[in-house]
Design a protein around this ligand. Structure first.
Ligand code: PMP
Length: 403
């Protein structure tokens, strides 16, 4: 008998399993609202034109090679990424207290970051994630060798807004040195972000309690359409001069999902140890995957480093964010028009890729079985999965599910 024969099957991933079910559904009416990727007004995947152009130029350039990158990735890409999230004039650069490495998209940034925490802070470090959060956070924390993540109150299901008092209370009770995972903008899955004033309160408990934020930024520029506005929270915390970690992903904002393009930045409250920090991040990466993939980082660096292409990218971001906001209006409009009971204002008030509809697990099941409309069991829908052609069908199905 095989030594592998008794290994139990892992529970299916809630989000990835949904896509498999969708693909095997033969219904011509099927709608995928589970996918966390942008879709055009025709429901198609989107390659940003500026990305396509850079890829073509790279392919035609005889100096493009497939040589290895160093463990910490493409230097220009790291510098430009740090400027993008922290701001070109960040005090962290002036004081030389930040270190950035390329990462395998946002997930990889979290994975390397938490491994770094487990190795160099303590393997017993408590990690607090919002309740609810992106479902993969808890997996990454445990796989990195840390105790299972604890949850802090984040969302008020009654008001559909951030439960700021609950959040502050739970974080006040967290022991000093704990990591607090914060979604920089466009909280997934709730679409509810703290206001600037509420961020100030979070910063205050973090500072007073000696907590260490780990900002997860999967949607910079994609949420509001402004790269600056979406980086406000991170920059505010960096200005406060505290120790923190910052993860970045170019999956959504450059549409580079499968190319795995991201970065991890460690910001210290005082400069002086950057070389040691970088050397340890490189050692972690060396043992995990040696060095990151090159293509996507070359593409991102070309766009970030060229004023004209950067401006074009910003325009694309505004367009994608606008289409999502337009779908929010249309879905809410269709629900009001068809007389679905309840208040649907939260659909337009939420921000980012997703809407947390408030549908129950049973209602989600009905939507799937009767209408072939797929979404995660917590009632989260991907707004970019909607089109002009499907929004009324979805609203009518929601009415049937609700009444
Ligand atoms: N964090 C959050 C909150 C996310 O929503 C996502 C994408 N679904 C990620 C991280 C990571 O995505 P990726 O690894 O593709 O960048």
């Amino acid at each position: 008998s095989s030594i592998f024969g008794t290994i139990p099957e892992a529970p299916p991933d809630a989000i990835l399993g949904l896509n498999t079910q969708y693909r095997s559904d033969p219904s011509p009416n099927k709608v995928n609202l589970g996918v966390g990727a942008y879709r055009t007004a025709d429901g198609q995947p989107y390659v940003l034109p500026v990305v396509r152009r850079v890829e073509q130029a790279l392919a035609d350039d005889p100096s493009t090679t497939h040589e290895y990158l160093p463990q910490d990735g493409l230097k220009e890409f790291c510098n430009l990424s740090a400027s993008l999230i922290l701001g070109a004039h960040s005090p962290a650069f002036a004081d030389r207290r930040s270190v950035t490495v390329q990462a395998l998209s946002g997930t990889g940034a979290l994975r390397v970051g938490f491994t770094f925490v487990a190795r160099f802070l303590s393997p017993q470090t408590a990690v607090y994630i919002p309740k609810p959060s992106w479902s993969n956070h808890k997996n990454v924390v445990v796989q990195s060798g840390l105790p299972p993540a604890k949850e802090y109150r984040y969302f008020d299901y009654g008001t559909g807004a951030v439960d700021i008092n609950g959040m502050v209370e739970d974080l006040t009770a967290a022991p000093a040195g704990s990591i607090v995972v914060l979604h920089g903008c466009a909280h997934n899955p709730t679409g509810a972000d703290p206001s600037h004033e509420q961020w100030e309160r979070v910063l205050q408990v973090v500072q007073e309690g000696g907590l260490v934020p780990f900002f997860d930024n999967a949607y910079q520029g994609f949420a509001s359409g402004s790269l600056e506005e979406d980086a406000w929270s991170v920059r505010r915390f960096v200005d406060a001069g505290i120790d923190m970690l910052v993860g970045q992903s170019y999956a959504k904002n450059m549409g580079l999902y499968g190319e795995r393009v991201g970065a991890l930045t460690v910001v210290s409250s005082e400069g002086g140890n950057n070389e040691a920090i970088l050397s340890q991040l490189k050692a972690i990466i060396r043992a995990m995957y040696s060095n990151p993939p090159k293509h996507g980082a070359m593409v991102a660096a070309a766009i970030l480093g060229h004023a004209g292409m950067f401006a074009e990218w910003e325009e694309e971001l505004r367009k994608m964010a606008d289409r999502i906001r337009d779908m929010r209006q249309k879905l809410r409009g269709a629900l009001v028009k068809n007389g679905t009971p309840g208040n649907w204002d939260h659909i337009v008030n939420q921000i980012g890729m997703f809407s947390f509809t408030g549908l129950t697990a049973a209602q989600v099941e009905l939507m799937k079985n009767k209408y072939h409309i797929y979404m995660t069991s917590n009632g989260r829908i991907s707004m970019a999965g909607l089109t002009e052609d499907t929004v009324e069908y979805v609203a009518d199905a929601m009415k049937d599910a609700v009444v």
